[in-house]
Design a protein around this ligand. Structure first.
Ligand SMILES: N[C@@H](CCC(=O)N[C@@H](CS)C(=O)NCC(=O)O)C(=O)O
Length: 241
């Protein structure tokens, strides 16, 4: 199966959760909008969003074409890919648990996005700087500790060896958690260097995932788009505590 992956070509964004799974699972895939001949790729991306000839069009990228299936919503794509790429546990209860973790990660990254766009995604950051500053204070003081504290407890309670969130093997949930830690370190370096030590298991998980051979090769490659100020995790020093 050659998967077709559709996402904005210049950001990691929510697409990165899927890219990481495709890469870590050794999938055969094309990142459509990043194919040479930029406009051709974007045409492919928009075709499904506009619902042209598609019975079940996705609302927004990322989405994945797998044969005749067109699957939207990052957590839904991972629910599909996980078992196929060896990145999900076997039993139903365990699969639901990883899916639940992924949905919680989705909630967290929505909030990370809303730090720099608290009023609306249609406005520039510069048009909502004052509100962003207030939002960042709450995010740093209350929301980062609440979410990271929760994920740290998840790691503490998973008694299987390996240091992953569910069972003894790496799942797509661990890959996504790696991405969240990397993103927070990029966007809020001061906050994370002051408070990161409170979450030793999460920091270790980040390093463990980054060290996996396929992930490490991907991170070194040009396929990994650098963090930037157009994506989900943005570094604006004035918002960093
Ligand atoms: N919950 C969806 C969110 C998808 C989403 O918000 N995609 C963004 C890019 S990261 C987008 O292009 N949204 C267009 C819009 O909301 O109008 C997911 O996790 O896939």
């Amino acid at each position: 199966m050659r998967y077709e992956f559709y996402y904005w070509p210049s950001i990691q964004g929510r697409g990165e959760f899927v890219r990481l799974a495709l890469e870590a699972g050794g999938a055969d895939y094309i990142d459509i909008a990043r194919m040479p001949g930029k406009s051709r790729g974007m045409t492919g991306l928009m075709r499904y969003l506009e619902g042209k000839g598609v019975k079940r069009p996705p609302f927004a990228p990322p989405y994945l074409k797998a044969g005749k299936l067109v699957i939207g919503q990052s957590a839904n794509i991972l629910l599909y890919l996980g078992p196929r790429l060896g990145l999900a546990p076997r039993g139903e209860a365990d699969r639901l648990w990883v899916h639940q973790l992924q949905l919680t990660i989705g909630d967290f990254v929505d909030e990370a996005h809303d730090v720099h766009h608290p009023i609306g995604a249609n406005l520039y950051y510069e048009e909502q700087k004052r509100e962003a500053k207030r939002r960042a204070e709450v995010f740093i003081r209350l929301r980062i500790p609440k979410f990271l504290g929760y994920f740290e407890r998840v790691l503490e309670r998973n008694r299987s060896s390996g240091g992953f969130m569910a069972g003894g093997r790496m799942t797509y949930g661990d890959l996504s958690m790696f991405q969240v830690i990397a993103g927070l370190r990029y966007a809020f370096p001061r906050t994370m260097s002051r408070r990161g030590h409170r979450y030793p298991k999460l920091m270790a998980l980040h390093d463990r995932v980054a060290g996996r051979s396929r992930v490490a090769a991907y991170l070194r490659s040009e396929r990994r788009i650098p963090f930037n100020e157009h994506g989900l995790f943005r570094h604006y020093p004035e918002l960093d505590g």
